[in-house]
Design a protein around this ligand. Structure first.
Ligand code: UT7
Length: 335
């Protein structure tokens, strides 16, 4: 049995910066509310026609492959996590296979929203551990902005989410004490509708229901979030799944060198930081610049932390996510 390790990281965000003041021009919101409740100062939105979820994922992947020091033809498998695919089907995994010009390797799409990258790393880890694959490309990419309700009605959600992509190449690690030590995944579908986008979906049954006499009051085409309920569950599940990962490896919060939490809300990250007694150097946040990019948030943050020299050889790195489903998970890595 082998371990897997992250051999290369990359991210891409669109150039178009949208500040809180920009949003306050099109809906009843303000910089003070957004910063105080979420920590977000600005986010990136794709200018129509310039990028897609797949194209951003491809750009992030190219960087990750280059940094892993492998040829793209050495990629054995693709895992793509997103809640905002280009098409209803096929998923973006095959589009990456095509657009990167890869051999006919397998491509798997993951529908786990904010936990998507953590689930993706877990899948890649299992394939590498079993010896089936040596190099797995894991991408998290989101294009939220085209699908948000940019009116005051949607402000509780629309100010939070941003566009971007991150990618990692996971590769075989021979040393059993290094690389991904363990992964921990959970779900609780009881709360599925508390953070969801209902349409389009076959739950609506008939395509005419989806595109027919559009009801101006029908908000089911826009993401919905019961913010306070999600917040309360997030802080509990984040804490649980980080502890689960640490305890599995006989570690304690004091052993964490770098925690990369899913960038849902700065207040959630700060709560976890305080709860585990971690210093500012032990937790990485970039939600201020990018908002919540769901499946892309952890690989973007991990790449930025690594680029800044904040993730070093032998560091204990913890990834943790919580989101729609609800799903949550953690990854414990000895870098
Ligand atoms: O990434 C996946 C997981 N997601 C999360 O973990 C997110 C968890 N939830 C949250 O981060 C927070 O609940 C939010 C940031 C979404 C909302 O913050 P909150 O402190 O829970 O605010 P709230 O929803 O309770 O709304 C408070 C007030 C309401 O007005 P009233 O009813 O008190 O008059 C809202 O209508 O703030 C109002 N409001 C806004 N005001 C200005 C909601 N959105 C906005 C806005 N600008 N954008």
């Amino acid at each position: 049995m082998y371990n897997s390790k992250i051999a290369g990281l990359g991210f891409f965000v669109p150039e178009n910066v949208v500040t809180n003041d920009d949003l306050s021009k099109i809906m009843d919101t303000n910089d003070e509310w957004i910063q105080e409740r979420t920590g977000i100062k600005e986010r990136r939105h794709v200018v129509k026609g310039e990028d897609t979820t797949t194209s951003m994922g491809v750009k992030a992947a190219q960087k990750a492959i280059e940094r892993a020091g492998i040829d793209k033809n050495d990629i054995d498998f693709i895992v793509f996590a997103t809640l905002s695919p280009d098409y209803y089907f096929p998923g973006p995994g095959v589009l990456v296979q095509r657009d990167l010009g890869l051999k006919t390797v397998g491509a798997l799409d993951i529908r786990n929203q904010c936990s998507g990258f953590v689930y993706g790393v877990s899948v890649a880890d299992q394939y590498i551990k079993s010896g089936m694959y040596k190099n797995v490309l894991v991408i998290g990419s989101e294009l939220h902005s085209h699908g948000l309700d940019m009116t005051t009605r949607g402000r509780g959600v629309s100010v939070i989410f941003g566009d971007g992509a991150g990618a990692a190449v996971l590769t075989r690690e021979e040393d059993p004490k290094k690389g991904v030590l363990s992964t921990h995944l959970h779900s609780e579908g009881e709360h599925a509708e508390e953070l969801s986008l209902i349409a389009p979906g076959m739950g609506k049954r008939w395509v005419t229901d989806i595109i027919g006499d559009a009801d101006p009051e029908d908000t089911s085409y826009y993401p919905y979030m019961n913010g306070q309920f999600v917040f309360k569950n997030a802080v509990v599940r984040f804490s649980e799944v980080i502890m689960e990962g640490l305890q599995t490896n006989n570690l304690t919060p004091a052993d964490i060198d770098m925690l990369i939490p899913h960038q849902a809300n700065l207040r959630i990250s700060q709560f976890i930081q305080k709860k585990f007694g971690l210093s500012d150097d032990q937790v990485f946040n970039n939600i201020m610049k990018y908002g919540n990019t769901t499946a892309a948030s952890i690989p973007i943050a991990l790449t930025e932390a690594w680029e800044a020299g904040k993730v070093k050889e032998d560091d204990l790195v913890v990834l943790a996510a919580f989101g729609s489903g609800f799903t949550w998970g953690s990854v414990i890595i000895r870098w």
